[in-house]
Design a protein around this ligand. Structure first.
Ligand SMILES: [Mg+2]
Length: 233
């Protein structure tokens, strides 16, 4: 009998890695150059938000208006250009504890499919993961370039994951893994399991308050993670 697969959908920033502010610097540079806005990201909490939504928020705060589609596209383009070198030179860039062994082990299992569920633009995600050669683990994803709304991104990720698997994987076999309350909420939006990890800027207590299905301090104890994933048969 064919085994039904499980989908693991990973957030990037604060979950797999810390970019050390590279993303903020890349966007700051674009906004300074194009609109003369300095240190735009200082007044924004980007965690859990999509890249286009962050640009919209910066426009409202600094220019008191909405950006049009062309402006968003243009800024995204400049941001990605800057991000390429900011990621490479970022001294604070690091993978979070246990992430690499986790991905290596999960990558060897035929019953698990790993994808991305992130507010990053698809190309931005590639750049952030690329510095540590992590792109090879992820077969599909939902990105900030798909929608500004994280719930919609989650729907895309689930759709693409099921397409990739070639089967209608049930929702209780789909895990949304992330470090913010937004990740927990978007797991709820699609009806998947929420696995929260306190390696980002949201504390364990705060995450716990929002009642994810599973909550971990970090991924340094691989057996813990394995237990969670294996709980559903
Ligand atoms: Mg995150």
């Amino acid at each position: 009998m064919k085994e039904t697969k499980k989908l693991l959908l990973f957030d990037i920033d604060g979950t797999l890695l810390i970019s050390g502010g590279a993303g903020n610097r890349a966007l700051n540079r674009a906004l300074q150059r194009q609109y003369g806005i300095s240190r735009a990201m200082e007044s924004i909490i980007p965690d859990g938000k999509t890249d286009p939504a962050i640009i919209r928020e910066i426009f409202q705060k600094n220019l008191q208006r909405e950006p049009n589609i062309e402006e968003i596209e243009n800024l995204c383009h400049m941001y990605l250009d800057n991000l390429r070198d900011e990621i490479q030179i970022s001294s604070g860039y690091r993978l979070l504890p246990g992430v690499l062994p986790l991905l290596e082990r999960a990558g060897k299992r035929s019953d698990l499919l790993m994808g991305l569920l992130t507010g990053n633009l698809e190309r931005g995600a590639e750049l952030k993961l690329g510095r540590s050669q992590l792109n090879r683990f992820f077969l599909f994803g939902g990105f900030g370039s798909d929608s500004e709304d994280r719930g919609e991104i989650a729907k895309m990720a689930v759709l693409r994951g099921r397409e990739y698997a070639g089967e209608q994987i049930p929702l209780d076999r789909i895990f949304v893994i992330g470090d913010t309350v937004f990740d927990i909420q978007c797991a709820r939006t699609v009806g998947a399991k929420a696995l929260a990890v306190a390696t980002g800027s949201t504390s364990f207590e705060e995450l716990s308050f929002h009642r994810p299905d599973y909550l971990m301090e970090d991924f340094s104890d691989l057996e813990d993670f394995w237990e969670v994933i294996s709980e559903i048969r």
